[in-house]
Design a protein around this ligand. Structure first.
Ligand code: PAF
Length: 289
């Protein structure tokens, strides 16, 4: 039988549950906005194998939504989430209120030097998004004080920015990035997938297939520019509307013109599938592989 998870609804309740663990146990932390799926469960499982205690937060952060209707439509499924967390052997779920996370209001005072990292790709199409993400992750790390933080590769730009924040602010937490979990069709798991209409979802594997093609084309010697325009054309099918397909350096997130042997190269894409915005990515080339 799955073990009973403890639920903390306030910072005070969480600290009470963690009081005896600080300084003695490895604390693993998975921040989420709920509507959990197997991708989240895999982050929890990774934390459970590496740490003594695993905490998952469920907090739909208002400051990272640049579109109010996206915030309203974001699925909220706490009781189903708790079941998934129990099955994955998570120890504590932290489900705070907006007031608990932002007792002094939602205006951010966090200053980070991110260069272009938060301006390209998602930053271009969702202005202010990463400011909100960095703000909430910093606040959550200050509250939870984990040994390890687990995030998914699915949000490539997000984890890259969080790693920069950890380095810049000397936060004593190790970021562990876990591989993308995919549905059988290849569609990357996302909380937003439940909103895809059936006839659209059945074709949403186009993202994954295009990323696989991009990897093949790069190996065949096509240039990033040629591949990007091929991918963008391919995405223009009924019900789908691409925002970007970029081939970028995996560290700087800047466009790559000519591919060199030692390059770390990632393809990142964002596509509207009906009224659901999907993102996906694939590491096309890694210097260590
Ligand atoms: O990836 C997410 O679900 C969110 O951006 C995060 C990291 C939980 C911050 O709100």
């Amino acid at each position: 039988m799955a073990k009973r998870i403890k639920i903390a609804k306030t910072v005070g309740e969480l600290h009470k549950l963690l009081a005896s663990a600080y300084g003695k146990k490895k604390i693993g932390y998975v921040p989420t906005m709920g509507a959990l799926h197997d991708g989240h469960a895999s982050l929890i499982k990774s934390s459970v194998t590496k740490c003594d205690i695993t905490i998952c937060s469920i907090f739909v952060n208002p400051t990272q939504f640049n579109d109010a209707s996206d915030l309203d439509k974001y699925p909220r499924t706490l009781s189903a989430d708790v079941k998934i967390l129990e099955a994955a052997k998570c120890d504590i779920v932290f489900a705070p209120s907006v007031k608990d996370i932002y007792p002094k209001g939602t205006k951010s005072k966090l200053k980070l030097r991110l260069g272009k990292l938060d301006k390209v790709m998602e930053g271009e199409f969702r202005p202010g998004h990463f400011k909100g993400v960095a703000q909430v992750v910093k606040r959550l790390l200050d509250i939870v004080k984990p040994t390890m933080l687990f995030m998914g590769q699915k949000d490539f730009q997000q984890f890259t920015i969080i790693q920069h924040m950890i380095n810049q602010l000397n936060i004593p937490t190790k970021l562990v990035v876990c591989p993308i979990k995919r549905e059988q069709s290849g569609l990357a798991m996302s909380s937003r997938n439940v909103r895809l209409e059936k006839h659209i979802k059945s074709r949403a594997d186009i993202l994954h297939h295009t990323l696989l093609e991009a990897r093949e084309l790069l190996n065949l010697g096509y240039t990033p520019k040629q591949i990007e325009s091929y991918a963008m054309k391919g995405f223009k099918i009924t019900d789908f509307k691409p925002e970007y397909f970029r081939i970028v350096n995996g560290n700087t997130l800047l466009p790559v013109k000519n591919v060199k042997k030692e390059d770390y190269i990632v393809a990142c894409a964002a596509v509207w599938a009906g009224d659901v915005r999907l993102i996906d990515n694939m590491i096309l080339k890694h210097p260590q592989s």
